[in-house]
Design a protein around this ligand. Structure first.
Ligand SMILES: NC(=O)c1ccc[n+]([C@@H]2O[C@H](COP(=O)([O-])OP(=O)(O)OC[C@H]3O[C@@H](n4cnc5c(N)ncnc54)[C@H](OP(=O)(O)O)[C@@H]3O)[C@@H](O)[C@H]2O)c1
Length: 258
């Protein structure tokens, strides 16, 4: 089986789904040559699991990514490893939930969810990562769209689906849902705009997963292990093409309504 991509960058990779994505990518039979694992503070105790993983796999490079100045530093670090190749696959996984209800929400919490779930990833892409993705798309010697050429994957959630509008009484979560719906729109727009540049864009719902976020107290017990969710996500990523760019899929490859 061919490698998913020569180079992959995963945000929010110190725990949860991001950490497992890095773990399974590094352990795959044809691992990417470069796995850039970003988080807010890779050198702190919060980055310990990631540090231990990186110590076992030279393909994993830890990169700090917090705000715009750190994004520029991150892009320089990534670019120096990639040289003329560009970045094939960017997985925007970092995210924050919020359980604010119609009664309890305030503007600070809304803005904070939007800052992390929409603005951070979009600004870093536009200002910094896009040239690396364009370089990969041009240099890959491939036609059509795929993760092995150039792709942006936004980790979304079914709770951001306006079409489904699932479980509002049990989990109103206005800031989380609204910010993820906005992230979905960004995915659709980017897919339309970047298709001609050879860059695929897809939103993926990872399932309801036993991570710190997935086991927050609202709806009961998350059914999916992080290992199972990530196996599914990586299988879906390997299958993506021109036909699925701009889609909203779950970890099993099912299409979800926006
Ligand atoms: N778990 C689920 O059931 C589920 C379901 C649907 C969608 N998702 C989505 O899956 C993605 C990963 O979720 P998870 O379950 O793995 O969550 P998690 O275990 O809570 O991990 C969240 C990750 O995002 C990072 N992060 C949070 N706020 C950040 C910020 N302001 N700037 C930079 N990084 C930040 C965290 O870094 P720190 O350690 O520094 O906080 C951590 O690495 C999210 O986008 C989430 O919305 C999860």
């Amino acid at each position: 089986m061919a490698a998913l991509a020569r180079s992959v960058l995963v945000t929010g990779s110190n725990r949860g789904i991001g950490l497992e994505l890095v773990r399974q990518l590094a352990a795959s039979p044809r691992p990417p040559q470069h796995i850039f694992a970003t988080c807010r503070d890779p050198e702190s105790p919060r980055g310990k699991a990631l540090q231990e993983l990186a110590a076992q796999h030279p393909s994993i490079k830890l990169v700090q990514l917090v705000n715009l100045p750190s994004i520029r530093g991150a892009v320089r670090a990534v670019g120096s490893h990639l040289k003329d190749w560009g970045l094939n696959l960017l997985i925007n996984n970092a995210g924050v939930s919020s359980h604010a209800t119609l009664r309890s929400l305030d503007s600070r919490e809304m803005l904070s969810a939007f800052a992390t779930n929409v603005v951070g990833a979009l600004v870093s892409l536009r200002q910094e990562f896009l040239p690396l993705l364009e370089k990969a798309a041009k240099g890959a010697g491939k036609e059509g769209l795929s993760c092995s050429r150039a792709a942006v994957i936004n980790i979304s959630t079914k709770l951001g689906s306006i079409g489904l509008c699932l479980g509002v009484p049990e989990a109103p979560m206005y800031p989380y849902r609204a910010s993820k719906a906005a992230q979905n729109m960004v995915t659709r727009c980017m897919a339309a705009e970047l298709q001609d540049k050879g860059i695929l864009c897809v939103a993926i719902h990872p399932g309801w997963v036993k991570t710190d976020m997935g086991t927050e107290k609202v709806l009961g017990c998350a059914p999916l292990t992080v290992e199972h969710s990530v196996q599914g996500i990586l299988t879906v990523l390997a299958s993506l093409s021109q036909d699925t760019s701009g889609a909203f899929l779950d970890w099993e490859g099912n299409t979800l309504p926006w």
